[in-house]
Design a protein around this ligand. Structure first.
Ligand code: HEC
Length: 135
């Protein structure tokens, strides 16, 4: 019983931390976690991609769900992120045209992340910046 309890507890803990772990391993080399707009402008020449705080907020601004159901919106954005990491494309990118010109399109991470990892990191990108605007 104790062992099962421990396994369950550690399972829940890694589940919560998993999204951030995936981010650190597969995204952080290009997307910094937090940066203010003025800092982005100052450090533009050293950045490889828009900071994740910008990515998350931009998706939330651009994706409009007609009935303002936040749960639907969350799922749509998570599905978009999950797909985008495997199939990045200028056609689907919601990045600012100037950002795309500066950074180019994201390279595909196809085959590097499992379905579970993509789900976890996509949820993390959405949830991490709830109430954290990019400014
Ligand atoms: C090698 C660098 C690199 C890595 C690694 C990388 N990205 Fe990106 N990503 C970019 C660049 C550059 C852009 C901006 C151009 C674009 O939209 O494709 C971008 C854009 C995005 C966008 C925005 C799409 C949009 O339309 O607004 C999302 C979402 C995203 N990345 C998620 C991720 C996630 C999640 C990971 C890790 C699993 C990741 N990226 C890893 C370079 C990277």
């Amino acid at each position: 019983m104790r062992i099962i309890g421990m396994l369950l507890a550690s399972g829940i803990m890694t589940w919560g931390a998993e999204g951030y772990g995936v981010y650190q391993k597969h995204c952080a080399s290009c997307h910094v976690e937090m940066m203010e707009k003025t800092e982005v402008i100052k450090h533009l020449h050293t950045l490889k991609a828009p900071p994740m705080v910008e990515v998350s907020n931009r998706l939330k601004e651009n994706v409009i769900i007609s009935d303002e159901d936040n749960d639907v919106k969350r799922r749509v954005i998570i599905a978009f992120i999950k797909d985008y990491v495997e199939n990045p494309s200028v056609q689907y990118s919601m990045c600012h045209p100037m950002a795309i010109e500066k950074f180019g399109i994201m390279p595909s991470l196809k085959g590097k992340l499992s379905e579970k990892e993509r789900q976890a990191v996509a949820e993390w990108v959405y949830d991490r910046y709830e109430g954290t605007p990019f400014r």
